[in-house]
Design a protein around this ligand. Sequence first.
Ligand SMILES: [Zn+2]
Length: 459
Amino acid sequence: MKIYNSMTGQKEELNPLHPGQFNIYACGPTVYNYFHIGNARPFIVFDTLRRYLEYRGYKVKFVQNFTDVDDKMIRVANEEGITVGELGDRYIEEYFKDAQALNIRPATVHPKATEHIGDIIALVKKLVDTGHAYELHGDVYFDTQSFPGYGKLSGQDISELEMGARIDINEEKKNPMDFALWKAKKEGEPAWDSPWGPGRPGWHIECSAMSMKYLGDTLDIHGGGQDLKFPHHENEIAQSEAATGKPFANYWMHNGYINIDNKKMSKSEGNFFTVRDILKEFRGPAVRLFMLSAHYRNPINFSRELLTQSETAYDRILNCRENLKFIMEHPKDEPVDIAPAVTSAGEKFNAAMDDDLNTADAIGGIFEYIKEVNTLFENGGRAEDAKAALAELDTLMDVLGILPEADESIPEDVKKMAEERQAARAQKNWAEADRLRDELKARGYELKDTPDGVKINKI
Ligand SMILES: [Zn+2]
């Protein structure tokens, strides 16, 4: 498999440090609110990467943190008159609800910053002791001049960065780009004891401390949104590599932005959507299908129209599954040569995913397969052939995490109504048959008479 490594700017062969296993760290949410549609993209992308590597036979250790103490957490907790801990607990719980609706699997470990203060202090102390960090009135700053590789991920020249950092008014710092590893306690803020007095960690240090704790000094893949490249990931590299003298991550992956109706998403534009809101209008798998229908490095435009199209596409997958299940229940002794289609679908899928996780092409291939399957089984077929066709479809959809929830197949009461309609027709009770047909239509189902029985399709 090849992956575009943001560090080198090239597609590279993806090889794990330890044979048969990939260690992946992805930056998680700050838990002061429901997560928004822009946050959802990296969660879905890296969950899909994890699923694909597992499908290809690797073990994957996947760590995604919760930032549960920072300026935003403190501000919101104070506004609501609750503790930062209470705020964090609430939105961590809500994170798992939305993640589940988008079929994002829980990480192997979801470390919280506040539960790793000891690890964070130990790392900061190491940086101070080795001359890479210095104390200033109870704050501790990383000395960017002490790390020659600073700027290597974002490809920025440190002197240019310094020019841009003039807005940072702390004149006492050694260099304008130096960033806080530890922040001295201010009034109304939660604090922990440290060698530099009471305080709390800066944001960047938690990812270095928790990543190295769970995945070792060098991990395989570090992922996150493009907006985290600088300064967050640049700072993670500086802290980690200054402390260990080893490369922090072998591959860096960054997903592109989400625009809303072709505009940048922002609170001030009023086009800011939480996943919780989106899920009131659209089904989780359809939202996930939409996200994966673009290559992860490309920007993606989010609009109701595109999501509606995604809903329709998702229904095509469901209808194909229902047709195959129907054939399995009403088989005919007519062989369908499904093996070549199955083999070719698997090969196309792997080729697309091996090329820098090209889910857009992978999904295109799945829809070609669906079209082929629909044609091959137009006149029904044997149960074993339909089963083989369905198994391949489900395997590939499961890698993308777009397999329907159990309740998204045809509900039992809808099946029962369809049977009642058949009974009414058999008794020539046309009024009742029409009434049931209309009621099913109102619920979004359409009945199609075929020589083999009645098929139920979602409209
Ligand atoms: Zn991070």
